[in-house]
Design a protein around this ligand. Structure first.
Ligand SMILES: NC(=O)c1ccc[n+]([C@@H]2O[C@H](COP(=O)([O-])OP(=O)(O)OC[C@H]3O[C@@H](n4cnc5c(N)ncnc54)[C@H](OP(=O)(O)O)[C@@H]3O)[C@@H](O)[C@H]2O)c1
Length: 324
């Protein structure tokens, strides 16, 4: 029998149930995966709590994992039983075994362990599209990154540093500030205590930053806009503190003709070409040491509720995985 973590209703961590499920055989275009490690992402919390509704309940949560192909359906030609693979942004990764469309899978090279793959696919491809597609960061840019010791933040900071940017990392504690500096942040701001735009102003000699990558949302949105230089780019890509409230676009004019975007990895992996491009760049960056994947928390899959609690309480750093 296969076990999975499912929700039957939205709510607190108590809605996460260790259920028995039937997986069945793969249909056309599908494979069955024996999963080894699942990633944990903040989006899982939005789904558990109902901020991002899931289409149907009960639902197996989780959006990234690594594993081994154990059965193949019709019309699948480029995978075979025994291949090591990983995926991101396909709902249902909190399970020992699952069916999945073969075109969502990326084959793993020997340089990437299952644990690293499960920790990096969603967060690392997000860092990739933010740095290379949303606002192409170049040497000499100064950028502001929130939750710089967190999952996406730690990968984004390392990669941006490698590109030659000056990285200012906002962090929630002194311990996280030390980690952010080790991740390539030249400056850190303890943003729970410090006025962000004032500190950014001091650090940039009154200029402001070229781009802000803000996934904290409601609590920091205005401070982020006020930290940008004229023509700067505000990238609002998440809402860990709550959703940004409605506002008039005209507020962007007096702040310096700012640009604003609200991107999602869903668009950036919507075609096989985009998915493979992001995954290949990420695998290269990790294999060559440009980006190190720090798995700082690992829980058994059956203890996913405790992992959710820790992430929601801002206790986690780097990536968190669920061992299967
Ligand atoms: N749009 C996309 O394509 C996309 C893709 C992936 C992830 N994301 C977003 O990126 C963000 C980071 O995701 P992640 O999985 O890597 O998580 P994470 O950064 O490891 O964890 C979230 C962090 O957010 C910070 N935070 C600030 N206010 C918070 C609050 N009120 N409650 C909880 N945390 C708060 C905390 O860091 P500090 O203590 O340092 O503040 C916390 O550790 C999330 O908002 C996620 O939704 C977006």
């Amino acid at each position: 029998m296969t076990h999975a973590i499912r929700i039957h209703s939205t709510g607190g961590t108590d809605v996460l149930h260790w259920d028995q499920i039937d997986v069945g055989d793969p249909g056309p275009g599908q494979v069955r995966l024996r999963q080894t490690v699942s990633g944990l992402n903040y989006i899982d919390i939005y789904m558990r709590t109902g901020v991002y509704p899931v289409a149907e309940l009960p639902a197996i949560l989780g959006m990234e994992a690594a594993g081994v192909v154990e059965a193949i359906g019709a019309d699948v030609s480029d995978l075979k039983v025994g291949d090591r693979v990983a995926y991101a942004l396909v709902l249902g990764s909190y399970t020992e075994s699952r069916l999945i469309d073969a075109d969502k899978l990326i084959k793993l090279p020997d340089t990437i362990s299952d644990q690293t793959a499960a920790a990096m696919m969603l967060k690392g491809m997000t860092a990739h599209y933010l740095l290379f597609r949303t606002y192409p960061v170049k040497a000499g840019d100064t950028i502001l990154v929130y939750a710089a010791a967190g999952g996406v933040g730690s990968m984004l900071s390392q990669w941006a540093n490698h590109l030659g940017a000056t990285v200012i990392g906002c962090v929630g504690s002194q311990k996280k500030a030390e980690m952010a500096r080790a991740n390539g942040c030249q400056h850190t701001i303890l943003y729970r205590d410090v006025n962000i735009p004032e500190r950014v102003n001091e650090l940039t000699n009154g200029e402001g930053v070229d781009v802000v990558y803000d996934a904290v949302g409601k609590a920091t949105f205005e401070a982020s806009l006020d930290s940008l230089k004229p023509f700067g780019m505000m990238v609002s890509y998440g809402n860990a503190s709550g959703q940004v409230e409605a506002f008039s676009p005209k507020i962007l004019a007096p702040k310096g003709s700012l640009y604003l975007t609200r991107p999602t990895l869903a668009t950036h992996t919507a075609t096989r070409e985009l998915l493979v491009d992001g995954a290949e760049h990420l695998i290269d960056a990790v294999s060559s040491g440009i980006v190190s994947i720090h798995v700082n928390q690992a829980y058994p899959l059956s203890e996913t509720a405790e992992a959710h609690r820790a992430m929601e309480s801002r206790e986690t750093t780097g990536a968190t995985v669920l061992m299967i």
